[in-house]
Write a protein that binds this ligand. Structure first.
Ligand code: COA
Ligand code: AMP
Length: 639
């Protein structure tokens, strides 16, 4: 990025001549072969960036810095309040760890294009594993540790990995999560399990069963010959990250090497304003896109120090932990989810914990992952006394789509808005017919094609689903799945998903997937799972179930069985804790369940009775039922 541009100048350049704009940005990376073909179509007619360029993302993230004066700079700080550990790795040490692990994977037969699943807690070896795959051109697919064996197996079946890397345990506050048995169970469930499992033994406290396919992480690394960085095409995949869609089958978001590296570097300058040598902390998890982009790749490509935090905003040990990490590691720019701030505020409303730490190092605080309510934003602004920037993005984009690009200039912050379109994103709010909405009018948030570099080029092995999910609703646009509106100054306000995706404590989940699991219970005749508003987590799922007349279990038993089957199949992170047993569900005359209306009732919002409803009397029944559910807004109103 060239300095001295206003946001508007830079944004207009990116939209009026995208190829020229991104060619310039690409110039700031150390390519093995600089691209000449900036924007082209692939064999499926889809847009691709930098098709003839060659590079290696692991080289850009590590080796480049070792060769350019940062060998002894700390690249990664591992801070783990759950194990009382702080460890620092320089770029030089990272290179050694990553090159040897890459050599070990090569000895296991992993080559360019092979998939490697990484199912690990927030430990440095998770980062080394991602970078080791990138080094040899293997495609990593990190699976979030909160997902259960069934979810892991679904991802194995789609990715068909050659190797899986795991650890024997993770720690949730004070509870061991036994990763290895989950992996073994998933392998038993999968039609395409990995042939080898690399296991990091974090300690004997959590013993585990070993199998012939298992191999010890440390032994593998110890005896391996370091592997060099291979030259990859810009369009070769770096990773697949599965995310919840509107069916039970998650979508395999593909990320390429070239576009991804270019935009991450650009974003560190232009959005986050974080310079090489500074410290960046994204308090997320490597299992989510934020972790991929802003714990691992972007800060390292930028030559920053990144923080890997194995803890929670509260309870590890208390609500002061974020402030301790910022001050102890001199964090300059931080990124977290509003839900984490809500959790801290609840425990420490006056900010007493915060005041105990010197946070003078912190320049900007970013929030994303879910809608940020004004109260949380203002509380944080007051406590930190630095700009608090809400910004909007998705697993699909891999980097922000709306933001206040503070690296160019700090625009006034408007509570409730995630800012203005980021360079490269021609964001439009469209009505049902695909026509632009007037200022203030709510519609569907879409991006005019081409998407900028870094965004998903397709879904793994499923281009038809890619087209259908994102490109078919509004021809010529990418449809985000979010609703929102734009004000007369161009700020965009995201109002929430318009599909079956919900956001629970910053975790993206599919109500359709939960519904499939609930519906499979033999005592369930039909059901609807909806996301309802929640003060702490943003949203939580609620299952409304109609049981069979010849129902075996009691109401309490059925509720408990439904809750545990969702937990067993998706994982604890699904957080389905509320089930309501209804006599019937409100439907249209053609038999479609009126989920939106149920949601409005549960949230205590005004709604109009849909003209297509079969029997309006059911709405009164549902209202009465929802008054009995603790988490519904109606229960408060009724009390
Ligand atoms: N491995 C195993 N289990 C996990 C897990 C993991 N990596 N992450 C979460 N879980 C479990 C939790 O232990 C909890 O289990 P429980 O029902 O037995 O208590 C369950 O999944 C739900 O977790 P969560 O929704 O996170 O709720 P919580 O009450 O444990 O914590 C917060 C609340 C707000 C502290 C926590 O959700 C949080 O830190 N959110 C921020 C998330 C974030 O940063 N997202 C990234 C977006 S940028
Ligand atoms: P994920 O793919 O997990 O990053 O989740 C993406 C979804 O989270 C988006 O489609 C939005 O619904 C929601 N989201 C992310 N950031 C924001 C934000 N700043 N404001 C409102 N919603 C957000």
């Amino acid at each position: 990025m060239k300095p001295h541009h206003t946001y508007e100048e830079l944004y207009n350049q990116s939209i009026s001549n995208p190829a020229e704009f991104w060619k310039q940005q690409a110039g700031s990376l150390a390519w093995f072969k600089h691209p000449n073909n900036i924007l082209s179509k692939d064999e499926n007619g889809l847009d691709r960036w930098f098709a003839d360029g060659q590079l290696n993302t692991s080289y850009l993230a590590i080796d480049y810095h070792v060769e350019n004066g940062r060998k002894d700079q700390v690249a990664l700080i591992y801070d783990s309040p759950v194990t009382n550990t702080v460890e620092r790795f320089t770029y030089g040490q990272m290179q050694e760890q990553v090159a040897k692990l890459a050599g070990g994977l090569t000895e296991l037969g992993v080559t360019k294009g092979d998939r490697v699943i990484i199912y690990m807690p927030m430990i440095p070896e998770a980062v080394f594993s991602m970078l080791a795959c990138a080094r040899i051109g293997a495609v990593h697919s990190v699976v979030f540790g909160g997902f259960a064996a069934h979810e892991l197996a679904i991802r194995m079946d789609d990715a068909k990995p050659k190797v899986l890397i795991t650890a024997n345990y993770g720690i949730e506050i004070d509870r061991y999560i036994h990763y290895k048995p989950i992996v073994d169970e998933a392998i038993g469930l999968s039609a395409h399990p990995p042939t080898q499992v690399v296991v990091l033994n974090r300690g004997e406290a959590v013993p585990f069963e070993t199998h012939e396919r298992d191999c010890d992480y440390r032994k593998l690394v110890h005896s391996a010959t370091p592997a060099p960085c291979v030259a990859l095409n810009a369009t070769d995949p770096l990773y697949i990250l599965y995310t919840s869609g509107t069916t039970g089958k998650p979508k395999g978001i593909v990320r390429d090497n070239g576009g991804h590296a270019v935009v991450l570097k650009f974003s560190m300058d232009a959005i986050y304003g974080c310079q090489p040598g500074e410290t960046f902390w994204a308090a997320s998890d490597v299992g989510w896109v934020v972790g991929h982009s802003y714990i691992v790749y972007a800060p390292l490509i930028q030559g920053c120090t990144t923080v890997l935090f194995e803890g929670k905003p509260i309870k590890t040990p208390d609500a002061s932990t974020f402030w301790r990490v910022i001050s102890e590691h001199q964090v300059n720019v931080m990124f977290t989810a509003p839900t984490a701030i809500r959790a801290i505020r609840k425990e420490d409303p006056s900010g007493a914990f915060l005041k105990k730490h010197d946070l003078g190092c912190l320049r900007t605080q970013f929030l994303a992952g879910e809608r940020c309510d004004a109260a949380t934003l203002h509380w944080l602004e007051e406590q930190l006394n630095v700009p608090v920037i809400d910004h909007w993005w998705q697993t699909e984009s891999g980097w922000p789509m709306l933001a206040n690009m503070v690296g160019t200039e700090l625009l006034p912050v408007k509570a409730g808005s995630a800012g203005k379109p980021v360079c490269g994103y021609d964001i439009q709010v469209l009505d049902e017919e695909g026509q632009p909405c007037a200022a203030g009018e709510e519609g569907y948030v879409a991006v005019k094609l081409p998407l900028p570099p870094g965004c998903l080029p397709t879904l793994y092995n499923d281009t038809p689903r890619f087209r259908e999910s994102y490109l078919s609703k509004f021809p010529g646009y990418y449809f985000s799945g979010d609703g929102g509106y734009r004000d007369d100054e161009g700020y965009v306000f995201i109002t929430g998903r318009v599909d079956d995706v919900i956001n629970v404590a910053g975790h993206r989940l599919s109500t359709a997937e939960m519904e499939e699991i609930v519906a499979a219970h033999p005592a369930v005749a039909e059901c609807a799972v909806i996301g309802i508003q929640n003060e702490l987590k943003g949203q939580v799922p609620l299952a409304i179930v109609v049981s069979r007349p010849d129902i075996e279990p009691s109401k309490d038993q059925l509720e408990a069985q439904i809750i545990s089957s969702v937990r067993e199949q998706i994982g604890a992170v699904a957080a389905l804790k509320n089930v309501a047993i209804a006599k019937r569900l409100p439907k249209t005359r053609s038999g479609k369940t009126l989920r939106k209306t149920i949601r409005m009732i549960a949230d205590g919002r005004d709604y109009t009775i849909p003209s297509t409803i079969d029997d309006p009397a059911i709405l009164d029944e549902i209202t009465d039922l929802l008054k009995t559910v603790k988490v519904c807004k109606l229960s408060t109103a009724a009390a």
